[in-house]
Design a protein around this ligand. Sequence first.
Ligand code: PXP
Length: 251
Amino acid sequence: MPRSPRLGVNIDHVATLRNARGGAFPDPVRAALVAIAAGADGITAHLREDRRHIRDDDMARLKREISTPLNFEMAATDEMVAIALDTRPHACCLVPEKRSERTTEGGLNVLDGHDHLKIVTAELARAGVRVSLFIEPGLGAVKAADSIGAPVVELHTGAWCDALTHGESERAAHEFARLKAAATLAADLGLECHAGHGLDFSTAETISALPEIAELNIGHYLIGEAIFIGIRAAIARMRAAMDAGRSRAAG
Ligand code: PXP
């Protein structure tokens, strides 16, 4: 069977729960360590401008305490770039950020933001950080990401997952076709292709069938499932779903 995508576990919402009470529990770094022991290939954390979940010292502790790659999700602002250069994570995933949004609502505006993103990508790359750009699954966005010079794109799966959640099968088929075409183009251009946002067991299995997908980053659903079955079991089921999807691709 071809290698399954890597599983990056996003632990933001362990911090959301901690912050609801303003104390130290549950500890997102402990969740990261348990996730790694359960088979996560990497840990993702998003330091937002408003620090609504992950905080600066969480990021520093993650860098110190985890043994797998740390993927630092961030907006391409001067403040975040300075923190990333100080932290030196394995990777940075650049995302758009709006203060009022509940979650990252769309991909980066890689056309209008092209020149700024190129400068930030080069600066992080010089520090040895692998940069990925979180983009809409459109061919224009993939081409722009390539010209920005990032080695990795992460395709936003939110619209596809949303269409499935609402039983809109035609829109879901259209969104999946866009993801497939974007993944193919990314691979043709020599970009590593990741995907994430809104994935659950079923959608993770389906998208793992696309052979170009090298990594999935999954948070909200996994942390939610952990309430019912525990984080270890949730990660084991996610891995099994991804393996099943990838082996279907091979067959
Ligand atoms: N990838 C990126 C770039 C994201 O912004 C997020 C959400 O923080 C995710 C993946 C994970 O999305 P979810 O929490 O819906 O699984």
